[in-house]
Design a protein around this ligand. Structure first.
Ligand code: F0G
Length: 440
């Protein structure tokens, strides 16, 4: 991370619509000519063998930004950031997990899950936030803001606290899981409960950032996507740079879908991998405009009024649409939708395997099973499903499923109230042995 390399390398922001280029330290957040979304274009100073060596050398770091599973890939994320600029928890370094129960359920032997819920605030958002907050800090932001279904706000709040920048968040009232709201408030962000859905929150946050000069750190901010690319880079590294056949992920506002495509495109261009995995973006069927558009070969950009139990992906007008289309096209990918019942069944199974995730995350595994059933994914395919958030983010959904839902779902494990008597314990134990015998 020396300054010499920072000078050789370099990055600009380029408008995805009109191609206009602006400097990487510009802070408007959108194309000044046409208002289009910006993407970061890097000029890489190094290629595969040298970079692989550098990434490997950082793996054992015990201090500094190199400890981060985002900044380990510094050259691919924000090459000009200097060590002292970087706002890192650290984050990333999440496990790639193999569990027979999950693979069996999805009927894909080679299924692995990448658990992004193991990030410091409990979701993948931290990977984008460390980069966006670093950029906000080094460009002198007076305040930062985001619209959120909860995870972005929790992450923004934590990183803003670390950077010492005031934070404002817009969340849809009544549609944010309690764990996420609790984090956001606790980390000290000023929290606005907006009487509207996520899409209304994002529109309002964009207006506020234009009018009030507050930096918007949603995934429309291109620096967020640079950080989120490292989910893919890290899983490729964990697979020793042998690309899997498929990567499945939940899709809401489509920031991750866009970031995954960019990561793969760049990884291939600089020789880190020689073939692209196919991306499977999975939506909840009540919030699936991207899946519907995919079925029509993306002829139309659709919006819906979203409705799903998976509040994190309850989004009807996804912002990163065009760049996500590019990901699906370039990787010969697919977009599918799964019902809330399928999401909840997958989640209960992932939870009972001792792994656990929030409802939106389970969409990725439910999607793998659905695509297997449809014959799109082969039984011997090597598949990585990304779990985007932690089980405890939405404990309300867990209690609703296991304790309150009637009729009882197949995997329900309701707690049992007893008298303080040994006989009651013995009675319960008897039913447990019976269930174990049933399974054998
Ligand atoms: N999974 C989780 C746990 C999320 O929190 C989100 C998005 C997604 C998946 C969808 O990712 O938007 O990149 O397609 N949550 C945002 C938020 C919208 O505000 O926390 P995407």
């Amino acid at each position: 991370m020396t300054d010499t390399r920072a000078i050789e390398a370099g990055s600009v922001q380029r408008c995805e619509d009109c191609g206009a280029e602006i400097g990487e330290m510009e802070t408007g957040g959108a194309c000044p000519s046409c208002g289009g979304l910006l993407e970061i274009v890097h000029r890489f100073a190094e290629r595969a063998p040298a970079l692989l060596e550098r990434f490997r050398a950082r793996r054992g770091a015990i201090d500094g930004a190199a400890r981060s599973g985002v900044w380990r890939y510094h050259e691919l994320v924000l090459p000009t950031a200097r060590e002292r600029d970087i706002v890192t928890h650290p984050e990333g370094n999440t496990p790639l997990i193999s569990r027979a129960a999950i693979a069996r359920w999805a009927t894909v032997d080679g299924l692995l899950v990448k658990h992004e819920g193991m990030n410091p605030t409990g979701s993948f958002k931290d990977r984008g936030m460390t980069v966006a907050m670093t950029q906000a800090s080094r460009t002198g932001a007076r305040a930062v803001a985001c619209a959120s279904t909860g995870n972005t706000s929790a992450s923004l709040a934590a990183y803003a606290a670390q950077a010492g920048i005031p934070a404002l968040v817009f969340v849809p009232t009544g549609n944010v899981a309690l764990g996420k709201l609790a984090q956001t408030i606790a980390y000290g962000a000023r929290t606005l409960l907006v009487r509207g859905n996520f899409d209304a929150c994002l529109t309002l946050a964009r207006q506020a950032s234009d009018a009030l000069g507050v930096q918007l750190l949603n995934s429309v901010n291109p620096f967020r996507l640079e950080g989120q690319k490292t989910i893919v880079l890290e899983l490729l590294e964990q697979l020793e740079w042998q690309a899997p056949d498929w990567i499945a992920l939940p899709a809401g506002n489509l920031g991750n879908t866009a970031a995954f495509g960019k990561a793969l495109r760049e990884a291939r261009a600089i020789g880190l991998i020689d073939r692209l995995p196919r991306i499977a973006a999975i939506q909840a069927s009540g919030a699936a405009p991207f899946a519907a558009s995919f079925r029509g070969n993306f002829a139309e950009r659709l919006t819906v009024t979203p409705e799903t139990i998976a509040t994190a992906i309850k989004i009807g007008a996804p912002a990163s649409w065009n760049r996500a289309v590019r990901t699906i096209r370039e990787t010969n990918g697919v977009v599918a939708a799964v019902t809330d019942a399928e999401i909840l069944d997958a989640k209960a199974m992932i939870d009972a395997a001792g792994v656990g995730c929030e409802p939106a995350s389970a969409a990725s595994v439910a999607g793998v099973k659905a695509l297997r059933d449809a014959g799109v994914i082969a039984p011997d395919a090597r598949v990585v499903a990304v779990l985007t958030g932690h089980l405890l983010k939405d404990s309300g959904a867990v209690i609703a499923y296991h304790q309150d839902a009637m009729p009882r779902p197949a995997r329900a494990n309701p707690p049992i109230e007893i008298e303080p008597r040994l006989a009651d314990v013995e009675r319960v134990l008897g039913t447990m042995e019976l269930r174990a015998a049933d399974r054998a």
